[in-house]
Design a protein around this ligand. Structure first.
Ligand code: MIC
Ligand code: SF4
Length: 645
């Protein structure tokens, strides 16, 4: 029987396990990436593992998130990251070089290879036929140390593309369409593999946009085949040597198939405040907008920005709109300049920012109160923009620029003919901000620079025999890691300092959570959290596990968990249990006290059901389908403890 593309890459990297959906598999990892907001912790963890040099084919450390240097903290992090990269054989992409996923696609993505990254949008590289997966920083640190990456074998969903996109409809609309049918949890435990005659109508950056947004569906990864378009991309990047043709075998099958007729799609938007709240742009048209931003790892390629530039050669920006552009990379910016696109943006009145994440993670660019902001970003979770409440719509660059011109949400087809957007076959390549690894001898001489913002990693205690505690908080469905551990300009600079950042856990849901949790901890009790479906969706930030753990959280009882967050919880000794009976969720309240007797022994002996006594309410069951490795990790209190053992 033929294999599909995902199965081919998995079987070529399989260290242990069987390719049966749901079974734990271990994969050899060829490449890793980190970004600064998760990277400092990942490298502290890598140091704690005690390896002299990374063991991957390639590891890259990007600085793209914390670019606001309002004091020493972010700047200190950058220096720490650069000297760590020099010390351990890692590429370093300096601030200003661009967003990790865009730069990785340009300079390093290779068909058929595996990549894990400490950022949930790592699957962007699937646009170049890599099996690319987002993970917690500790998993990435382990991969850098040459250890395999563990995950449950996903189901492989074939997304059959036919037809061709109509003018003004773009890759973003394909992803928004899929979000409308799959929702933010429809991709859980799945890889979305694209095939069919519609595939070769899409360029690699367009494929990357679609793969990038698979993350918002909860997918483990997304992938396109490697074909002539891939070859053209790698040729433009001066890397044709990295090209190999790769696609599903004849007769390959999928666990499910979704069919998308590209020619039938129309401009779509994700309305406030969830990426799956999808409507037709035409249905939202006419609402006034105050801000429009084109950027982020989903939509800031050369084609995206050149299209905006060409449109602005014919139309002006509405006086009540701030039209902002955040280029994806230095390469995008330089090529845009050489094609006179930069001049058109500037003459068109665009507010131009540096290449990086910026407002996508609330590092500046907060919108005015009560007004609509249109963005080509990945997520519009409530308050992520820095303004709370906010009204953020996610749209294609085409819809964005049309709306900026008209001052109201506008279907871009109203602008008339689609502009001519020619891309050169060879791009200008400039790697000045990309620093290669040092030789082994040189690397050994490097002294890592640690400013006062780099706090040492705390040691976490092993799991006691019994746990007794308080469910301090009860939340509903689709709670994001942005709810658990908010980001933004005030909090992101604390990513390297666990005691400091912990004070902001659940800040926007319960202002005093940290204080209350510490009070519970002082009574020698543990803290529990009750959650709904898809708990912990969104970002890969392990701080959403690490910081609660620091505050004494030891159990999370939810209807279901998002993949990366569940792994992060286990890596840091927080037990993720699911309700056996969903109605038990209704009976629990925040403030309930609980006891789980003999939890350590139950984990040791492979139990899957855990009896939880709720004071005054009786007993309920929590279920934990843990692998042996996960049980050992929970008992040890953290994966680092286990690795040390
Ligand atoms: C995001 O888009 O939410 C982030 C910021 O890139 C995160 C990583 C982080 O929190 O540092 C992600 O997507 O994993
Ligand atoms: Fe950066 Fe936004 Fe992409 Fe996250 S989603 S990596 S914050 S651009």
């Amino acid at each position: 029987m033929g294999l599909n593309l995902t199965q081919k890459i998995i079987s070529a990297h399989l260290v242990s396990g069987k390719m049966t959906p749901g079974e734990e598999i271990a994969l050899k990892i060829d490449q890793t990436l980190t970004q600064d907001a998760t990277g400092t912790m990942a490298y502290l963890e890598f140091e704690a593992i005690g390896i002299d040099r990374v063991k991957t084919e390639l590891s890259v450390s990007y600085v793209d998130h914390n670019l606001l240097q309002t004091d020493f903290k972010n700047a200190d992090d950058h220096l720490f990251l650069q000297t760590v990269a020099m010390r351990y054989g890692i590429w370093f992409s300096k601030p200003g070089n661009g967003i990790c996923h865009q730069v990785h696609l340009e300079r390093f993505a290779k068909p058929g290879k595996t990549l894990i990254g400490s950022d949930s949008h790592t699957p962007t590289a699937g646009g170049c036929a890599m099996l690319a997966i987002g993970a917690g920083g500790l998993d990435v640190a382990m991969a850098m140390a040459g250890k395999p990456f563990y995950l449950r074998m996903p189901k492989i969903v074939g997304v059959y593309l036919k037809g061709k996109l109509m003018p003004w409809v773009s890759a973003r609309d394909v992803a928004l369409y899929l979000l409308s049918i799959l929702t933010v949890k429809g991709g859980l435990g799945k890889v979305l593999e694209y095939f069919g005659e519609g595939v070769n109508t899409l360029t690699v950056p367009e494929r990357a946009t679609i793969c990038n947004l698979g993350t918002e569906m909860g997918a483990t990864s997304s992938i396109f085949p490697s074909d002539d378009m891939t070859k053209a991309w790698l040729t433009a990047q001066g890397r044709v040597g990295d090209f190999v043709e790769l696609k599903a075998d004849q007769g390959a099958t999928y666990d499910e198939v979704i069919e998308v007729d590209l020619s039938k799609l129309e401009p779509l938007c994700a309305c406030p405040s969830s990426p799956d709240n999808v409507k037709r742009v035409a249905d939202e048209a006419g609402k006034p907008v105050s801000q429009v931003i084109i950027g982020s790892c989903a939509n800031s390629s050369l084609k995206d920005l050149l299209m905006v530039a060409r449109v602005l050669e014919s139309f002006g920006v509405h006086p009540m709109v701030s039209l902002e552009v955040n280029p994806g990379s230095l390469q995008v910016l330089e090529n845009l300049a050489s094609l006179s696109g930069l001049k058109s943006l500037i003459s068109g009145g665009v507010r131009l920012h540096q290449a990086g994440c910026l407002g996508c993670i609330g590092m500046g660019q907060a919108p005015p109160t009560g007004s609509i902001s249109l963005r080509t970003f990945t997520r519009n979770f409530p308050g992520r923009s820095g303004t709370n409440p906010d009204f953020v719509y996610l749209v294609s660059p085409e819809t964005a620029v049309a709306s900026a011109i008209k001052g109201v949400i506008t279907d871009p087809r109203e602008l008339g003919d689609y502009p001519q957007v020619y891309l050169p076959e060879k791009l200008i390549i400039n790697d000045t901000l990309l620093i290669p690894p040092l030789s082994e001898d040189e690397a050994k001489k490097v002294k890592i620079i640690r400013g006062p913002n780099i706090a040492p990693l705390p040691v976490f205690d092993p799991l006691p025999e019994d746990i007794e505690g308080v469910f301090l908080l009860k939340v509903g469905d689709n709670i994001t890691t942005d709810h658990i551990m908010p980001a933004g300009a005030q909090i992101l600079p604390l990513r390297s300092n666990l005691p400091a950042i912990s004070q902001y856990v659940y800040k926007n849901i319960r202002a005093d959570f940290a204080k209350e949790a510490m009070a519970v901890k002082e009574q020698n009790l543990v803290v529990g959290i009750i959650g709904g479906e898809n708990y912990g969706q969104g970002s890969s930030r392990e701080h959403a596990a690490l910081a609660p753990r620091y505050l004494g959280v030891r159990v999370k009882l939810a209807k279901s968990f998002a993949r990366i967050h569940r792994s992060n919880l286990i890596n840091f000794g927080i037990i993720p249990l699911q309700f056996e009976e969903p109605q038990a969720f209704e009976s629990l309240e925040s403030g309930d006290r609980f006891v789980i007797k003999g939890i350590r022994e139950a984990l040791r002996s492979g139990e899957r059901r855990f009896k939880i006594y709720i004071e005054g309410k009786g007993q309920i069951w929590g279920v934990g389908e843990f692998t042996e490795r996960e049980r050992a990790c929970l008992i040890a209190g953290s994966l680092l403890n286990l690795a040390r053992e």
